[in-house]
Design a binder for this molecule. Structure first.
Ligand code: COA
Length: 228
């Protein structure tokens, strides 16, 4: 959070933000955890809508903090009673990553734009500034990634990749989701960079995006331009 230490209003906002963050990432542990994966640096647990209230309260706290961290109001989940929340918990009992997944029926493919040649830094700058487009033709999809977030100091340690792997293994009992069955809800620039790497293409599926055009309207090869 950017704030001015000299401004008392900013200071109190910062304190509020800090306290909310500290409380949200603190994980005391539950007797009945659904552990899906264990790693040298932590574990992944799954929280389902039918879980005890204390688990759902934690998930809600994390979701609020993630939405604040993203800095804008996210689209709510379509059917909260069917969401699956995957949490990455570090060995020192902190929530370092969160993936909220929901059932969807369709997604829209991002239209690839040529990336400039250059260093990763240049590509990241490009990604942060550009508007992007997706097809208006719906494609069948099963799983929507409504939120994916990793605490800033632990990014680029494959936590998001492990969360998505876990999701693919556990979203539908007995089946492993293919990459074409997953769509990202209105991805951020970080989300696009991650998804492009994970899916091995920038033409992955998206849904829930904020756009002036309704996705169902035109059925041609037209594209929708979306703000980054
Ligand atoms: N810039 C460039 N490439 C990136 C990237 C970034 N910010 N984040 C991920 N990647 C690519 C890299 O190729 C990376 O592999 P490498 O580190 O070996 O080069 C690969 O994706 C795998 O990344 P991973 O370490 O699994 O991702 P992560 O744990 O850092 O989490 C996000 C990725 C997007 C979840 C994280 O940056 C984040 O929480 N951002 C803020 C919240 C947000 O924007 N969420 C997306 C909502 S759609």
């Amino acid at each position: 959070m950017l704030y001015s230490a000299a401004n008392p209003e900013d200071e109190s906002q910062h304190l509020l933000f800090h306290n909310q963050f500290v409380s949200a990432v603190k994980y005391v542990g539950w007797k009945k955890e659904r552990i899906l994966g264990e790693f040298p640096d932590g574990k992944i647990i799954l929280v389902l809508p039918e879980d005890p209230k204390y688990a759902l309260k934690k998930v809600e706290e994390i979701r609020e903090m993630v939405d604040n961290d993203l800095g804008f109001q996210q689209v709510g989940t379509k059917c909260p009673s069917q969401t699956k929340t995957f949490l990455f918990i570090t060995n020192d009992k902190k929530v370092a990553g969160c993936l909220i997944a929901e059932h969807i029926n369709e997604g829209y493919r991002v239209i690839e734009e040529p990336e400039p040649e250059g260093s990763e830094r240049e590509k990241v700058m490009f990604e942060r500034q550009r508007a992007w487009c997706c097809s208006t033709t719906a494609e069948p999809a099963l799983c929507g990634i409504s939120r994916i977030w990793v605490v800033s100091m632990m990014r680029r340690r494959a936590i998001a990749s492990r969360l998505v792997e876990c999701l693919r293994n556990n979203f539908i009992f007995g089946s492993y989701l293919s990459k074409d069955e997953i769509a990202f809800s209105d991805p951020t620039p970080d989300g696009k960079l991650f998804a492009t790497h994970y899916f091995g293409t920038s033409q992955f599926l998206v849904y829930n995006f904020v756009s002036g055009t309704h996705p169902k309207a035109p059925k041609t090869d037209s594209v929708m331009a979306l703000d980054s």
